[in-house]
Ligand binder design. Structure first.
Ligand SMILES: CCCCC/C=C\C/C=C\C/C=C\CC/C=C/C(=O)SCCNC(=O)CCNC(=O)[C@H](O)C(C)(C)COP(=O)(O)OP(=O)(O)OC[C@H]1O[C@@H](n2cnc3c(N)ncnc32)[C@H](O)[C@@H]1OP(=O)(O)O
Ligand SMILES: Cc1cc2nc3c(=O)[nH]c(=O)nc-3n(C[C@H](O)[C@H](O)[C@H](O)COP(=O)(O)OP(=O)(O)OC[C@H]3O[C@@H](n4cnc5c(N)ncnc54)[C@H](O)[C@@H]3O)c2cc1C
Length: 662
């Protein structure tokens, strides 16, 4: 981090006011002092590479140049990772330094994030031995090609076909229709030479559902598409410009039998199909990434909050009192209302991610012992937390952008790009509504089990407690609020279930009744997610090892999250819990007191995310607060400012003006 010598005086004052040790917060957030040290050390190593610095902002490059620059930097970055591993004999620590280098999305994201994990998770030991060393060392580059033009959500409806030919012991890949073309996979456009292709398996004319296959699609020397492969890039998007998303179609393209990833289901030489223990294990990579996305949401909320809070400390506009100088905009309670929830939410998502990661690791361990009991709970929880956190994080980033006024609209604030990237997660890896409906299936089953008095999995056991406790009076404490959210979820689950029953009694079949109740089902899943987020984050804060000074502030943040959502969803609480109007008025006052209490620590709290200027990549959010200087410096980099008179003056403006004189 920069020193304080050249710092904006407002930020210096803000930092002097902080009531806790920022380094303690950093170490707590990232796990330990050692983890902080290692992460910073690695970031230093990356930032020391001169070739990774951009000469001009990426926004001035063409689509093609931007991609090429992204690939260039991704390969250099990959060398830094490799060298670190060789020197330290372990992977670099978790970090977000790619954001300082690639800025948008790396063309290797899908290689590292899904191609390699799918081989590791879906391949037999022999398949792992064949492909993992090559993929991990980047001798081959891959992606995860599942979504098609016609189908993304409903993957059983995918149309890419893999037909087994027992004579040659090969699969023949075909994309028989336009809608069957793969569409979206990152890196597919012009980067990768391999992919995991998810296709419908046919043996002797019989369908056996979707399975993952490894296909080499480009020549390793020339990078030309292999015969029978049609591949290209899908064009500009709202964000993800350097992710290199692509399309792909096969025409009688043959791959050997061993290229079907066979950890779960298998196809024997003679064409015998051997079912796996659970066909949904084929969806395993998606579950892993959904868990990771909850962690990403914490990062994006932290990034936007850091930019907007620092900017709001530096920016002065209007007066609170006519007799006093113009106020820092951070002193307006409305500004605090916009920003502090982003700071609090980042902590909530972080704790939820760590909790989910534990659940994921446990279930993977159990699956390795052929125990599947907890897989449905993992799937249901990953679906709803990914859905709710990504949408909330997108809204928080946008609120931070709006809170920066006009300057938040500048690309150089990095908030527009951050919004584009954050909001993409609402759709990718499972569209929000679709995932919430998956959780709703689980909730309906849990509800039926609760009615029968059965023991429920930990994440839904509150349904049983709520059945017993629904008459207890409301308590205006954090624990009471957590219970309140559980009552809301309980009430919505029950109402959705009863709505389905009502339609069925009217003669509808279950599927139609489900569709008619689906708005309620989605809301039940959202309420379930909120209950989990509140419970997990409050428990994490209560059990944290923080010093009293830090603990006080972390509790304020967690309470802010609880009261914010109580007030946002007060209608639900009035419907489904025993909260009263008077309780809500007390909580409204409490919320405002929390904003005021957090205010002196606002800059300290965002410093506690420890995001370097290079990662923030923002004129508004840098550590030293030189906002106006940076805005001007960045504006001067515009190619339009590299010449006094642009040629369009002579070509168009002058002729127009002269014509106007005639
Ligand atoms: C921890 C470290 C993390 C590191 C990673 C971190 C960061 C990310 C890194 C990289 C990635 C970043 C960006 C990625 C870019 C984007 C990539 C993509 O988008 S890839 C494509 C993703 N596509 C989807 O997500 C498709 C969504 N659709 C589905 O998943 C399925 O179609 C759906 C909706 C689940 C339905 O499947 P279907 O087979 O039709 O099932 P049913 O609805 O009939 O349900 C049947 C039962 O199966 C259960 N089920 C479904 N899925 C699972 C699962 N994954 N696991 C376990 N069980 C599952 C379901 O609950 C039903 O059970 P019941 O019958 O109710 O008992
Ligand atoms: C930035 C980005 C990167 C991506 N990267 C990859 C990648 O690397 N590899 C890959 O394979 N894919 C990738 N995808 C594709 C992504 O996984 C799909 O877009 C996503 O799963 C949603 O599917 P869809 O586009 O078919 O949406 P649709 O399912 O068509 O959704 C459209 C609407 O229909 C509704 N809907 C659909 N089904 C139902 C239902 N059963 N009940 C109620 N409503 C429903 C949805 O709620 C939504 O409102 C990427 C997408 C994006 C945006």
């Amino acid at each position: 981090m920069s020193t304080e010598t050249k710092c904006n005086p407002d930020l210096v004052r803000e930092r002097a006011k902080c009531t806790f040790d920022v380094n303690e917060l950093i170490n707590l957030f990232y796990g330990s002092e050692k983890a902080t040290k290692e992460r910073r050390h690695f970031e230093d190593a990356v930032l020391a590479v001169k070739e990774l610095k951009d000469a001009i902002p990426e926004e001035y490059l063409s689509h093609k140049e931007r991609y090429e620059n992204g690939v260039r930097k991704a390969t250099i970055l990959r060398d830094v990772y490799r060298d670190y591993k060789a020197k330290h004999n372990r992977d670099p620590p978790p970090n977000q330094i790619t954001k300082a280098v690639i800025k948008d999305i790396s063309p290797f994201l899908l290689h590292n994030g899904m191609f390699v994990p799918t081989i590791a998770g879906q391949g037999t030991p022999e398949q792992q031995a064949e492909w993992l060393p090559k993929a991990e060392s980047m001798q081959i580059i891959g992606t995860y090609a599942q979504t098609e033009l016609g189908h993304g959500s409903f993957i059983r409806g995918l149309e890419t076909i893999a037909t087994y030919d027992p004579k040659t012991e090969e699969f023949v890949l075909n994309n028989p229709t336009l809608t069957s073309f793969k569409w979206w996979p990152g890196g597919l456009g012009s980067t990768v030479n391999h992919c995991v292709v998810v296709a419908q398996l046919y043996i002797n004319g019989k369908s056996h559902g979707i399975h993952p296959f490894i296909a080499q699609i480009r020549d390793l020397d020339t990078h030309k598409p292999l015969p029978g492969v049609k591949v290209g890039e899908i064009g500009p998007k709202m964000g993800f410009q350097t992710a290199n998303n692509g399309f792909l179609g096969f025409d009688n393209f043959r791959i050997p039998r061993k290229n079907m990833l066979m950890k779960n289901a298998q196809v024997l030489k003679d064409g015998t199909f051997v079912k796996g223990i659970n066909e949904k294990l084929t969806y395993g990579t998606m579950v892993m990434v959904r868990v990771g996305i909850v962690g990403d949401c914490s990062f994006y909320a932290a990034l936007a909050a850091t930019i907007a809070v620092r900017y709001s400390a530096v920016r002065h506009q209007s007066h609170i009192k006519a007799s006093e100088p113009e106020a820092q905009i951070l002193d307006y309670l409305t500004q605090q209302h916009k920003l502090f929830i982003a700071v609090a939410s980042s902590h909530v998502y972080r704790n939820a991610y760590l909790w989910m990661e534990k659940m994921y690791t446990n279930v993977m361990k159990e699956l390795s012992q052929d125990k599947q009991d907890n897989l449905p709970e993992l799937h249901a929880t990953a679906c709803c937390l990914k859905a709710v956190c990504s949408r909330d994080a997108g809204s928080l980033v946008e609120e931070c952008r709006l809170a920066c006024g006009g300057h938040g609209y500048m690309a150089s604030s990095n908030l527009p790009l951050t919004y584009g990237v954050t909001i993409a997660a609402v759709t990718y890896e499972g569209e929000r509504t679709v995932l919430l409906l998956q959780t709703a299936r689980y909730l309906m089953k849990a509800w039926m089990a609760a009615l029968k008095g059965k023991v429920l999995s930990p994440s839904v056991s509150y349904l049983l407690n709520s059945l017993k406790e629904s008459k207890k009076p409301w308590q205006n404490t954090p624990e009471g609020i957590v219970k309140g959210f559980q009552h809301v979820s309980f009430g919505k689950v029950k109402a959705a279930y009863e709505t389905i029953q009502k339609y069925m009694k009217q003669g509808k079949d279950y599927e139609d009744a489900w569709n008619l109740a689906s708005v309620q089902l989605v809301k039940a899943s959202e309420a379930h997610s909120r209950a989990i987020l509140c419970e997990v984050s409050w428990e994490a804060v209560c059990s944290s090892s923080a010093s009293p000074n830090l603990s006080r502030v972390l509790q304020q943040l967690a309470q802010l999250y609880l009261t914010y959502w109580t007030l946002e969803t007060s209608g639900d609480l009035l419907l489904y819990s025993n909260i009263t109007k008077d309780d809500l008025i007390i909580l409204r006052d409490k919320y405002e007191e929390l904003l005021v209490a957090i205010r002196p620590n606002a800059v300290g709290l965002v410093d506690g995310f420890d995001l370097r200027d290079e990662i923030l990549n923002s004129t508004l959010g840098s550590y030293d607060g030189r906002v106006y200087e940076r805005l001007m410096e960045e504006a001067l980099k515009s190619p339009l400012n590299q010449e006094t008179v642009n040629s369009s003056f002579h070509k168009y403006l002058k002729p127009m003006m002269e014509k106007a004189k005639l």
